[in-house]
Design a protein around this ligand. Structure first.
Ligand code: GDP
Length: 371
């Protein structure tokens, strides 16, 4: 084809025709020649001391790099990450930080709320880290918080640090990494942590297992106020905020608040001694944001006074100890040579119906134990 084209134009370069084709401008090469011989710079891992110095100084670039190590699946990274987490834990353990789980179905106005409420919080002098658990997301595919165009104000706020959900993986894995990230952020001086998740599926339970306070965002709807969100999620909420309470929506939001408030009364009393309630808020008029902040402060003063804050955190730590053991055991099993080799055969036998699943599991575990 190229050759043909060349012949064609060559005809016109002939002086005997009135048509003239200029030689044209020489095009630069597609690949920058200066880059060609430069070796690709591999990102090197710094020492734990260097990461710690950066984190303690509140250096967000180093904090981000440390979080990347926490999220990494490479055993080398994991080793450094574990040390960083342990040291951050020591630094952060005395700090009375506020871990706030925020959930609500897509479209409820979560990002807009976090942007408005987050700015409200940093405006009061707090340092805010916004994390997310979204096991279905891949970072490049516009996960919640992954899209930089959302939360523009917070992204530019020097008192705010936003980190998208770790990329797709099992919910347990994603949740565990987020929990570790909380610790890093707290060591870096962030005293308020938002952990966001979408109000569908199991991720709320994961968020609940790592937050002190659980905020549920709800829309005021026509007649179906109590639908769309699972009862269990409502039951674990410390506060329900009816979003978009502005303009024509104000009255509807007030009605919804009343309904949710009475629904909350039907649940058994909470262990914390806190009485969950419902408020209305608007990220547009900013109305209600002060109320939410006041409720959160009231909650923390109650639970820090009655010991629930510490007790709950310890219980969560116990929960995460078991989660980590389960994770590690599972990895050891599946990554062992013997299981990797035999698993496809056993799986095939179960699929064929030549072996029953329990017998297959038992035999495989025996093989692992006697390896
Ligand atoms: P998310 O999917 O829950 O993160 O929801 P978004 O924050 O993206 O908001 C969904 C839509 O609701 C957007 O069109 C927002 O502009 C709108 N929205 C969010 N908060 C408010 C609010 O307080 N008032 C009004 N009127 N609209 C809002």
């Amino acid at each position: 084809m190229a050759e043909k084209q060349g012949d064609f134009f060559d005809d016109y370069k002939n002086d005997e025709t009135a048509l003239k084709v200029n030689d044209g401008v020489k095009q630069p090469p597609l690949i920058n020649p200066y880059l060609q011989n430069r070796p690709l710079r591999r990102r090197t891992i710094m020492s734990v001391d260097e990461y710690m110095a950066g984190i303690e100084a509140g250096d967000t670039t180093i904090l981000s790099q440390a979080i990347t190590l926490v999220e990494s699946l490479s055993p080398d990274h994991r080793k450094v990450a574990d040390e960083i987490i342990a040291r951050c834990q020591k630094i952060a353990s005395g700090r009375k930080t506020m871990r706030i789980g925020i959930t609500g179905v897509p479209g409820v106005g979560k990002s807009t709320f976090i942007e408005a409420f987050g700015s409200h919080i940093t405006g009061k002098g707090h340092k805010l880290a916004v994390l997310a658990i979204d096991p279905s997301s891949e970072r490049t595919k516009g996960s919640i918080l992954g899209d930089k165009t959302r939360m523009e104000t917070l992204t530019r706020d020097p008192k705010a640090f936003i980190r998208p959900s770790p990329s797709a993986g099992s919910l347990g894995g994603v949740a565990r990494r987020t929990r570790e990230t909380i610790i890093l952020c707290e060591a870096a001086g962030y005293d308020v942590i938002f952990i966001e998740t979408v109000g569908v599926g199991q991720s709320e339970t994961a968020v609940h297992s790592m937050s002190d306070f659980f905020l549920l965002l709800m829309l005021s709807g026509a007649g179906d106020e109590l639908q769309g969100i699972k009862r269990g999620i409502m039951e674990m909420s410390d506060l329900i905020a009816i979003t978009k309470a502005d303009g024509n929506n104000v009255e509807k939001a007030k009605v919804a608040r009343g309904l949710y408030a009475s629904a909350l009364h039907l649940f058994p009393p909470t262990e914390s001694g806190w009485v969950p309630t419902a408020v209305t808020s608007s990220a547009v008029t900013k109305e209600g944001l002060d109320d939410i902040m006041a409720k959160i402060e009231e909650y923390f003063s109650l639970v820090q006074g009655n010991g629930f804050y510490v007790r709950r955190r310890r219980e969560q730590a116990r929960y995460w100890m078991y989660e980590s053991i389960n994770d590690a055991l599972k990895n050891m099993f599946y990554e062992s040579e013997v299981v990797e080799k035999l698993l496809p055969d056993y799986e095939g036998a179960v699929l064929d119906g030549t072996m029953d699943s329990f017998a297959a599991a038992e035999e495989l575990i025996d093989k692992y134990n006697n390896r």
